[in-house]
Design a protein around this ligand. Structure first.
Ligand code: LLP
Length: 426
């Protein structure tokens, strides 16, 4: 599924030895594989080809300009949630006419910016937002194209922080409220409702919640049309899960089999907003072991990357595969752990330098005896990795390096101490 592979006990990214890139660029370091990004994008495009979908890569997953440029080159559109993300898309050479603007709290200024850029659709999440958008559009003599985000009330069976499509969530409009709103706004001159949007959650590892949600959306479209609405687009959002630990997520083709017939039955154009599916396994975080330490009955491997660099384990308890960049040991199959005491295997917590007990990258993992100076790869770090990094503890954020065509390119340099204080006054 990706272009990170062990050959002769060493980790390679495409045609480059990861250790060589780390030696040149230092650690911690985010390393991305262009080919993996392209492969995942193409896999989706092929699986959904019968519907000729508009694929709008969800910028929040990885907003680096180099990554956005790769996707723009593939012909991808973009899903943005702020004017800042739209600015990034423009900087990367993306086409605003293939961008959708989502989010529960768009400001009038952001709406004006997106209108001026000519975004494809605004995903509107509340009545208040729709009225505001109407005002902003009228003041600029424009008509804003809109998709109403509905909450289909399904359980995506994922982490509670990233479940969005259940009743009572802050996202979207209840179906009934959306139907009434559609009738109310039919005469507004600043907005034209053209579609329905849903996004039921993230890291969803079954097709069933999509099917259940789409059945409701298809009914909604039929009902709305019978009352005169002209809806031509269904945006199914993002959320396709990936393999972090085991092979438990559906393939693009599995999703397509569940989703395509429903969208076809509504006679609508298909739009989708995948983020994680495209970039998660296209990136690793490379970190160096600083120290080892025992405390009570626990063994710690202290590394130079922390929760400020990759917050997912601390925030969601997420599992990221961790393995040495160079080792003769055979990695256990997914879900298996080697027997305790076998060889030099240690049961360790991989932790960072940040001053919080919550600062861990992996807990209770069996690793072959790693020593200070060794490099570790944290896999599945391409999505919601660097974008969620912070300067907590006044730590500089790591560089992002893109491997492409047998070479590597720094697409964001490591921050400096000067970056840390930019804009501040003593
Ligand atoms: N569309 C909308 C409206 C969204 O809110 C999201 C993600 C996506 C698309 C893309 O979802 P994806 O295909 O990447 O699952 N920080 C969390 C994930 C937050 C997802 C937020 N919304 C994590 O690290 O797991």
């Amino acid at each position: 599924m990706d272009h990170f592979a062990y050959r002769g006990g060493e980790l390679w990214c495409e045609g480059l030895r990861v250790a060589d890139v780390a030696a040149e660029r230092g650690t911690p370091l985010y390393l991305y594989s262009r080919q993996t990004i392209c492969d995942h994008y193409r896999r989706l495009a092929e699986a959904f080809a019968p519907a000729a979908p508009m694929i709008c890569y969800s910028v929040k997953a990885n907003a680096n300009l180099g990554v956005l440029r790769v996707l723009a080159d593939e012909g991808s559109g973009f899903d943005v949630v702020s004017a800042g993300e739209l600015f990034r898309v423009l900087r990367a050479g993306g086409d605003p006419a293939r961008a959708v603007f989502a989010g529960v709290g768009k400001t009038p200024d952001e709406m004006a910016f997106a209108l001026d850029q000519g975004v494809h659709l605004f995903n509107v999440e509340s009545a208040g937002e729709l009225w505001t958008l109407n005002e902003v559009a009228l003041s600029r003599s424009r008509v804003a194209p809109v998709a109403l985000r509905v909450n289909p009330d399904v359980d995506p069976r994922t982490h509670q922080y990233v479940a969005t499509g259940k009743r009572g969530s802050k996202f979207g409009l209840d179906m009934q409220a959306a139907a009434s709103l559609l009738d109310e706004v039919a005469d507004l001159r600043g907005v034209r409702v053209r579609g329905v949007h849903m996004h039921i959650g993230s890291q969803i590892t079954s097709v069933d919640p999509y099917r259940a949600a789409l059945e409701r959306v298809v009914d909604f479209v039929a009902g709305a049309r019978s009352r005169g609405a002209e809806l031509d687009t269904i945006n199914i959002g993002g959320g396709f899960g990936v393999w972090y630990q085991d092979r438990s997520a559906p393939l693009a083709a599995d999703h397509a089999r569940a989703i395509l017939p429903l969208v076809a039955s509504a006679g609508c154009r298909l739009l989708m907003e995948p983020g994680r599916f495209i970039v998660a396994n296209a990136g690793i975080l490379v970190t160096r072991v600083l120290y080892r330490k025992e405390a009570g009955d626990r063994r710690y491997v202290i590394v130079d990357a922390g929760m400020n660099d990759l917050v997912r384990p601390a925030l969601y308890g997420s599992h990221h595969r961790v393995w040495p960049v160079a080792t003769e040991a055979q990695e256990p199959a997914a879900g298996e752990t080697p027997a305790a005491g076998a060889g030099a295997w240690d049961l360790v917590d991989v932790v960072g330098p940040v001053c919080e007990t919550g600062d861990f990258l992996a807990k209770e993992r069996r690793l072959p005896g790693v020593r200070p100076g060794d490099l570790l790869a944290i896999f599945g770090a391409g999505a919601y990795g660097h974008v969620m990094a912070s300067n907590y503890n006044a730590r500089v954020r790591p560089p992002e390096v893109l491997v492409e065509g047998g070479q590597h390119r720094v697409v964001r340099r490591r921050e400096t101490y000067e970056d840390l204080v930019r804009g501040e006054t003593p």
